[in-house]
Design a protein around this ligand. Structure first.
Ligand SMILES: NC(=O)c1ccc[n+]([C@@H]2O[C@H](COP(=O)([O-])OP(=O)(O)OC[C@H]3O[C@@H](n4cnc5c(N)ncnc54)[C@H](O)[C@@H]3O)[C@@H](O)[C@H]2O)c1
Length: 264
């Protein structure tokens, strides 16, 4: 396999499990050293269908360097602390993949007319502010890389309106993250830093599989032209493409990886 990311160093957030872990391992397979960031570095161990071994060990098993940093990314100081630690230990980095996030507040009270303000604040912290903190801390370091790339994770949910106006806070946070992505691309493009996003469709992580019947996920495959849900590897391949040299003239772009799913 081509080692197109050989010699590059990548920070991947939310890499304890799910899509973040798949991204970390894909970038490592392509030759990158990986900084695994998560609020719980072994977050997959309690979820059926997720790997039990820490992502750092899986990266090392692929022959790459790994650095694990446990951090709550909703803490405003976390981004700078992570960047400082990576610079101190590895001298810098080239790729930032902001994957941590999710629709973490209760689904049943997520409609626009009733969603608690506290839920909106919480979900903005987890999905939007977390990425902004890291992006702003990362930019001065990425200016020193000649392969600098940021990839943020938005969502198919932000591209349409789920039934009953559900997932309001989540959709708003991801739309805002998409806007921030484009603004940042415009801002730091002259410095040679590319900034893109990936919008996954319904993706079969361990967490999603565990509650796919109650959330109705299981039936969503019929809404996709490809008649299947995404695997974490589908999303990881898109992130790896945008992170690496094959997308060298692509910035400010959102890549939907959703099997052409129809939403209202
Ligand atoms: N799974 C899907 O169907 C789907 C669809 C569209 C978008 N997404 C997006 O993809 C990303 C990953 O989703 P996933 O399904 O793999 O989720 P997941 O819940 O399986 O994994 C999320 C990871 O992020 C970590 N995390 C959560 N809050 C954190 C915090 N405050 N600080 C540090 N780490 C934190 C968790 O510990 C976990 O390891 C999210 O941004 C999500 O919104 C997922």
């Amino acid at each position: 396999m081509t080692q197109e990311l050989q010699g590059l160093r990548a920070i991947v957030t939310g890499a304890g499990r799910g899509i973040g872990r798949a991204v970390a391992l894909r970038l490592a397979e392509l030759g990158a050293d990986i900084v695994v960031v998560d609020i719980d570095l072994a977050s997959g161990r309690s979820i059926e269908g997720e790997a039990n071994d820490p992502t750092t060990e899986a990266v090392e098993a692929l022959g790459r360097r790994a650095l694990g940093i446990e951090a709550d990314l909703t803490d405003e100081t976390s981004g700078q602390r992570i960047v400082d630690q990576v610079v101190a230990e590895w001298g810098g980095f080239d790729i930032l993949a902001n994957i941590a996030g999710g629709a973490i507040t209760p689904f049943e009270r997520s409609s626009a007319s009733v969603i608690p303000i506290a839920d909106i604040r919480r979900i903005f912290d987890v999905n939007l502010m977390s990425a902004i903190y890291l992006c702003q801390a990362a930019v001065p370091v990425l200016r020193n890389s000649n392969a600098a790339s940021i990839v943020n994770i938005t969502s198919l949910s932000a591209l349409g309106t789920p039934p009953e106006g559900k997932l309001t806070g989540y959709g708003m946070s991801k739309i805002a993250l998409g806007y921030f992505t484009r603004s940042l691309a415009e801002d730091v493009g002259p410095d040679g830093i590319r900034v893109n996003s990936v919008s996954p469709g319904y993706t079969l992580t361990g967490r999603v599989k565990a509650n796919s019947v109650e959330t109705g996920f299981a039936s969503k495959a019929n809404d996709a032209a490809l008649r299947r849900l995404a695997e974490p590897a589908d999303i990881a391949d898109a992130v790896a493409f945008l992170a690496g040299p094959r997308s060298g003239y692509i910035t400010g772009h959102d890549l939907a990886v959703d099997g052409f799913t129809k939403l209202r």
